[in-house]
Design a protein around this ligand. Structure first.
Ligand SMILES: CC(C)(COP(=O)(O)OP(=O)(O)OC[C@H]1O[C@@H](n2cnc3c(N)ncnc32)[C@H](O)[C@@H]1OP(=O)(O)O)[C@@H](O)C(=O)NCCC(=O)NCCS
Length: 330
């Protein structure tokens, strides 16, 4: 059986560090409130870079670690919720800048679960023999679309910019690689975490009113996100373990989405996973949405936490609501 393997991983965050103290100058918030409620100490925000330019940096690293060039890429999958334009998507911009052939580029719109949704798409295409080298990117520029006044503080303090990328392809044997991906959604909660005012429901004549009513900005019910996340993330991880005949004790490293450090602590405690096995980077990057899981993987590799044969468990929850898990044998 052919399994999808990760051939190279890359990550990139903008140079500009924005601390909680910096945010205190912009809005009525405090370093203490942000640290205690979320675990975030600082995040990276772009100055002028665009979404696909972050993706480009991460992709270059991933390609070089995979030992291939842009011309070898057969398909781009680009997970983001903060694309430059409503259309076209960021994937085509990356194809151009990276210097790929006129291959396909597919944007994935599943927010915090976007990387794992992309992983499922890549896995199907690779295992069916359709493509050999798939470049999967998760990239976000949140900082240009958040309200930096006190009115927007509940959202503004959470998000950071960044990108992660992996090169995926068919493995040599079935003992290593992607074991499974499990995807879910519950669309009745679509309005608990969303940007309402950009879509076709709003005729252009109403755009001024939409902006006056602040419906063009991200809105969330943080409490509800929290409650659902701490239920769904353990549930979908258990589903993955059961499908593969594995148990919690088999997990070597948990790479969870980074919405809130307290969510991840609760998920780990619910499952009985020690904190030493959990990769968190929210403290320095904030919530980077689709970029989070590949950035966690990139950090874990650089820190020497991933070994031959390690069982990696990835899990995400976010807008939609969508949630997903993946198990990977390194
Ligand atoms: C966002 C989150 C940290 C808020 O924590 P919380 O304990 O639920 O806080 P609340 O929203 O109830 O707000 C508590 C108070 O803090 C205030 N507050 C909100 N944001 C603040 C900020 N950045 N700084 C200071 N005070 C803030 C609120 O106005 C509220 O004040 P009030 O009691 O006077 O009304 C938490 O709900 C969370 O992490 N949710 C999940 C994360 C998430 O939604 N991620 C989105 C992507 S997946």
């Amino acid at each position: 059986m052919v399994r999808t393997v990760i051939r190279g991983v890359g990550g990139y965050v903008p140079e500009r560090v924005v601390t909680n103290k910096d945010l205190e100058k912009l809005m009525d918030t405090s370093d203490e409130w942000i640290r205690e409620r979320t675990g975030i100490q600082e995040r990276r925000w772009v100055t002028t870079q665009q979404n696909h330019e972050l993706g480009l940096e991460a992709s270059r690293v991933a390609l070089s670690r995979a030992g291939i060039g842009p011309q070898d890429v057969d398909l781009i999958l680009y997970a983001t919720l903060s694309m430059e334009y409503t259309f076209p998507g960021s994937g085509v911009l990356l194809q151009d800048k990276l210097g790929c052939r006129t291959i396909g580029a597919l944007d994935i719109r599943n927010q915090c679960s976007g990387f794992l949704y992309g992983l499922a798409v890549a896995d199907g295409m690779i295992r069916s023999g359709l493509y050999r080298n798939v470049l999967l990117v998760g990239s976000e520029v949140h900082s240009t679309r958040i309200d930096l006044s006190t009115l927007g503080r509940d959202v503004a303090v959470l998000f950071g910019d960044g990108a992660g990328a992996v090169v995926l392809g068919p493995g040599e044997d079935d003992s290593k690689g992607l074991l499974s991906v499990h995807l879910h959604c519950e669309g009745k909660h679509h309005d608990l975490l969303w940007i309402e005012g950009h879509g076709s429901l709003f005729p252009h004549a109403e755009q001024v009113r939409v902006i006056q009513e602040r419906r063009h900005l991200p809105q969330m019910d943080g409490r509800q996100v929290f409650v659902h996340a701490v239920r769904r993330m353990p549930e979908v991880l258990q589903e993955a373990l059961q499908a593969n005949g594995l148990s919690i004790q088999d997990i070597d490293l948990l790479l969870p989405h980074q919405a809130n450090l307290r969510i991840n602590q609760k998920v780990a405690a619910t499952l009985g996973i020690p904190e030493s096995k959990v990769v968190n980077n929210i403290q320095k990057y904030g919530n980077t949405t689709a970029a989070t899981i590949p950035l966690c993987l990139w950090n874990a590799l650089d820190e020497g936490r991933v070994h031959d044969g390690s069982l990696l468990a990835m899990v995400a929850f976010g807008s939609g609501f969508t949630w997903a898990s993946a198990l990977y044998r390194w």
